[in-house]
Ligand binder design. Structure first.
Ligand code: UDP
Length: 327
């Protein structure tokens, strides 16, 4: 009885591995290390380096380790890049998931917890966003994740593979013991970029657009702590193991913060100046994404403990200060 964590060397995957191991699961990490870090892999997890699109590799690991469930993070996840290179997203994300599902179907593995995204909603018709809010992705990244969800839905109908899709809002923060954190090259996410500017590693933060239809003109996002998010994966796996039906949950805080507000809060947390300039809008960005996380709380019993922007920034800042050059 082992759980395969695909992409378990990545930012969110490595935190979820920590949570699964804490819960007592036997974890097998599969990662091609293209964006993940070997140093982020938990010492108690078994590690196989390889690509989820390599079916022979996947079949051999799943057979050897007796995989009974999958937690799937292995995907490309940059909105801007997906707009200029959509085929990369359809190949890595959609094709990668197809191979994963083929392997699960062939070996009779029935449970998958899947890393989905608020980007499936596009520019939402209502706020806060519920799971019933219509999906209408505005970029190929969100489209690829919605396609992956739909593949799982049909595989449930045909083969009884049960899935939980967790639609993340903006994940940030770091493990409370600062052992793991966020380290992307190049970095594109707002919180680490702000903190790199606080460390003096970059001159300034570019604010992508201040002419959105929001109170201060900058985009509003809902920030969720990576440790709380990881706990939701443990709960989702448990939910499937108890025999429940496939389901979709939003993971966010129900609170929206603008880009300018995040920079302001980071100035308080770090006591650094953090220079910022207004830059053009980034392609594919919706103006406002705020979750209703009520369903995850009610059905999964999810109780986020660290999800407020101050704690998110404090833990991320502790990681950045202790790892100024990443892993
Ligand atoms: N953002 C920004 N400057 C940056 C990086 C991001 O203004 O250097 C904005 C981005 O336009 C979005 C928000 O910050 O409105 C969060 O972006 P991020 O890439 O962190 O996450 P996403 O919302 O794309 O998942």
């Amino acid at each position: 009885m082992s759980i395969a964590v695909l992409g378990g060397a990545g930012y969110i995957g490595s935190h979820a591995v920590q949570a699964l191991i804490k819960k007592g699961e036997k974890v097998v990490v599969i990662d091609n290390l293209l964006t993940g870090h070997k140093e982020a892999i938990h010492e108690e997890a078994l590690f196989y380096e390889g690509d989820i699109r390599d079916k022979e590799f996947m079949l051999s690991v799943f057979k050897k380790e007796g995989i009974t469930g999958v937690v799937h993070f292995a995907a490309s996840s940059l909105v801007g890049e997906s707009v200029t290179n959509p085929l990369k997203y359809f190949n890595n994300n959609v094709h990668g998931t197809q191979i994963t599902l083929e392997v699960m179907q062939e070996l009779g593995v029935k449970h998958i917890v899947f890393s989905s995204t608020a980007a499936t909603y596009g520019e939402p018709e209502e706020t806060p966003i519920k799971e019933t809010t219509p999906t209408n992705p505005k970029n190929p990244y969100g489209e690829s994740k919605l396609m992956m969800e739909k593949m799982m839905k049909w595989c449930d109908e045909a083969y009884g593979i049960k899935f939980v899709a967790l639609r993340y809002f903006n994940v940030a923060g770091a493990s409370l013991d600062t052992s793991i954190g966020e380290d992307h090259t190049p970095e594109t996410h707002l919180v680490p970029i702000i903190l790199e500017a606080a460390l003096g590693k970059r001159e300034q933060v570019s604010i992508f657009g201040d002419d959105y239809d929001t109170p201060d003109g900058t985009c509003i996002r809902d920030y969720v702590h990576v440790v709380d998010l990881s706990d939701a994966h443990v709960l989702a796996l448990d939910y499937l193991q108890k025999g429940n039906d496939s389901n979709i949950f939003n993971l966010g805080s129900a609170d929206g913060f603008s880009v300018k507000e995040m920079i302001e809060e980071a100035r308080k947390v770090t006591t650094k100046e953090i220079p910022a300039v207004i830059a053009p809008r980034r392609a594919g960005d919706p103006s406002t994404l705020v979750a209703s996380p009520e369903k995850a709380k009610e059905v999964l019993g999810w109780k986020p403990q660290y999800t407020n922007v101050t704690t998110i920034l404090e833990t991320a800042w502790a990681w950045h200060q202790s790892h100024p050059n990443g892993y």
